[in-house]
Write a protein that binds this ligand. Sequence first.
Ligand code: SF4
Ligand code: MG
Length: 326
Amino acid sequence: ETPLLEVRNLQTHFFTELGVVPSVNGVSFSVKKGETIGIVGESGCGKSVTSLSLLQLISDPGKIVGGEILFNGEDLTRLSNKQMRKIRGNKISMIFQEPLTSLNPVFTIGSQISEAIRLHQNVNKEEAKEKAIVMLKKVGIPRAEKHYYSFPHLLSGGMRQRVMIAIALSCNPQLLIADEPTTALDVTIQAQILLLMKQLSTEYQTSIIIITHDLGLVAEMADRVVVMYAGQIVEQNNVYELFKNPKHPYTKGLLNSIPKIHQLKDQLESIEGNVPIPSQLPAGCKFHPRCAAALEKCRFQDPPLFQAKQGAEVRCWLHQEEVIGV
Ligand code: SF4
Ligand code: MG
């Protein structure tokens, strides 16, 4: 089965006064129909730039300088703006972290959902309104007929995020990209929103790419996990093996920083050191300044991506078996 999305050797660079910043530097992964992929990493690792690249929303001084983004076999990097507008919000939808900035404050939520529906479906105003109310009910907005006429600021953060999900799914997309979709919400609401996304993606057979710094969230949601560091994929595997047999020292560090039951917050281990500034990446393995397991060669030689045990793809000299990428 050909995947819905296949990203091959994606490179997105920013041409700044300080030099060329390789924010995404040779990223390859694929997403099957109905599959949920988690892209994880600390902020600045390139995960958001990856998702914006998929939608062709990189603007100056950023540019996709290499690679392919095959969506249903068609390379999105070769499409015109006009062709891309037909795909965005239609075949590929996106949910961002803070719905207030994506919802228009001067229009009612109902009119914004209707608008999204009418943009992509051949329906009249009345039909669009009916559909919008169905969507509001689906995402669990109480008294949907009444809230159709509410303005965004009258809703709570969680309710606004439900509205965003309604808008994102109203065109029945094949792929939903959710960038830190619940970060601004409290834990209980987060769980509800994620459950909702999961239910709806199953119902609609939508594939999801969820971008997050939170591995706990990925454990709940994703079938497969892509771990990014300094613009590269450092580990990729199915969610079960990644949690059971993490290989890359960075993945292990992220796993150790997830709170466990009966563990006090100050007992959490965090990974020492900081994400490198993308314009000043270290030589050798990009993670070596923070890696307790670093070997001498790690300071000089950048590891390629290896096919390791348990199906893992790992960018680390400690797991070198068969080279599968650079
Ligand atoms: Fe650590 Fe070396 Fe592996 Fe990089 S290649 S993660 S520095 S052991
Ligand atoms: Mg981000």
